[in-house]
Design a binder for this molecule. Structure first.
Ligand code: P1T
Length: 382
């Protein structure tokens, strides 16, 4: 199947009893057994639920994986990956990550004896230089949140595996989605998503996903999912499955509008830098062109006026763009990383990588392009 068919049919079967084209929402915690241990494949919904199974099969299909797992949030999916590790193990991660991922690494898992290094993934040597015999995981986010940096998944994975084949490479593919890039096909071991974002696509649920192409890894992750228990519920699974069915057409429009917004901002007198991997002047444009089909709907930029007041004036005055955390829904959102999504990163660290008060992040939705540009122009010119 081609990708645009997989979003709709990948891993899906009509429901056995009635032929229902969409899986019913199985609102049940448990399943009748005819004799102890004799059941129809479902025992208890923390282990598996048929609506979640349908979604997990879809997740696997769209990322080209053999197994998919749906969690109660993106962070609980990341938590599941980290629970593969043991105290003393080392993780190398990118230096620009969603604030909540950074918070989980540094404030939760560090106290259980995991060691993290944060490096600029633009140079593969920064990663390989940090590898020791204790390194067990490399964590990539690309494009990064919020600075839209691009890491070369294939080059980094090959270099890491060349040093030690047993080191896992995980990619947070939330911003790109499998429509734009498929990390498993580039050598990564694990793909992670905040399915809250583009996979769900409608800002109506919180969910995480993991996809893998390795039966042993799938077994280990399933054990943790079951034993730790942060599973996606049946209603959210139904909504996410419905969302995935339009992923390809939404991503086409997000990319068209993202490009239009990036070009508009680039030429605006009130705007300084624009961060969008589709712009030729983006420092990683060539890597993005190589590993991504298009460039998506996330655009960050800096105002020329670097004051917090100027940023807040803009943020308070858009109307089609709603000021809110999150991203990836059909509606356009605007966010101030330094005070909102990335406030949990200490200020010195934030400033080191460029998350200043003048940085603004847009999640460009699928509304009409003219309305989006007009809205931005009005708020910029106030
Ligand atoms: O919010 P949750 O579903 O738990 O996912 C966490 C997460 C993980 N990875 C990336 C790249 C993310 O962007 C997120 C969540 N991000 C936001 C809420 C945000 O506004 O950036």
């Amino acid at each position: 199947m081609k990708f645009n068919t997989k979003t709709i049919h990948g891993g899906q079967q009509h429901e056995e009893a009635t032929g229902a084209v969409m899986p019913p929402v199985f609102f049940t915690s448990t399943y009748a057994q005819s004799s102890p241990g004799q059941h129809k494949g479902y025992e208890y919904s923390r282990g598996a639920n048929p609506t979640r199974t349908a979604l997990e099969n879809s997740f696997a299909a769209i990322e080209g994986g053999s197994h998919g797992f749906a969690f109660s949030s993106g962070l609980s999916a990341i938590d599941c990956v980290l629970r593969l590790l043991n105290p003393g193990d080392e993780i190398i991660a990118g230096d620009d990550l969603y604030g909540g991922t950074y918070r989980m690494f540094t404030r939760l898992f560090k106290k259980y004896g995991l060691e993290f290094s944060f490096v600029d993934m633009n140079d593969v040597a920064n990663v390989t230089d940090k590898i020791t015999e204790k390194t067990k995981l490399v964590w990539l986010e690309t494009p990064t949140n919020p600075l839209m940096k691009i890491a070369d998944i294939q080059v980094i994975t090959a270099a890491v595996k060349d040093v030690d084949d047993s080191i896992l490479v995980a990619v947070d593919n939330t911003f790109a989605t499998p429509y734009l890039q498929q990390p498993l096909s580039l050598g990564a071991d694990i793909v992670m998503h905040s399915a809250t974002k583009y996979l769900g696509g409608h800002s109506d649920l919180v969910m995480g996903a993991l996809m893998v192409n390795n039966a042993k890894l799938a077994e280990d992750l399933h054990f943790i999912q079951f034993a730790a228990g942060a599973v996606a519920g049946p209603m959210d699974s139904f909504l996410a499955l419905r969302g995935v069915k339009t992923l390809h057409i939404r991503m086409q429009r997000h990319s068209e509008n993202g490009r239009a917004v990036a070009n508009f901002l680039k030429n605006h007198s009130k705007v300084d830098e624009v961060y969008y991997p589709g712009l030729e002047e983006h420092p990683n444009h060539n890597i993005a062109k190589k590993q991504m089909k298009d460039f998506g709907g996330m655009v960050s930029f800096r105002l020329k006026d670097k004051s917090k007041e100027a940023a807040f004036k803009f943020l308070e005055n858009t109307h089609v763009f709603t000021l809110a955390e999150s991203l990836g829904g059909v509606e356009s959102l605007v966010n101030h990383p330094s005070t909102m999504t990335h406030a949990s990163i200490p200020e010195v660290e934030r400033l080191k990588i460029g998350i200043t008060d003048s940085l603004i992040r847009l999640s460009v939705g699928i509304e009409d392009e003219d309305d989006l540009l007009q809205d931005l122009d009005k708020a910029l010119n106030l």
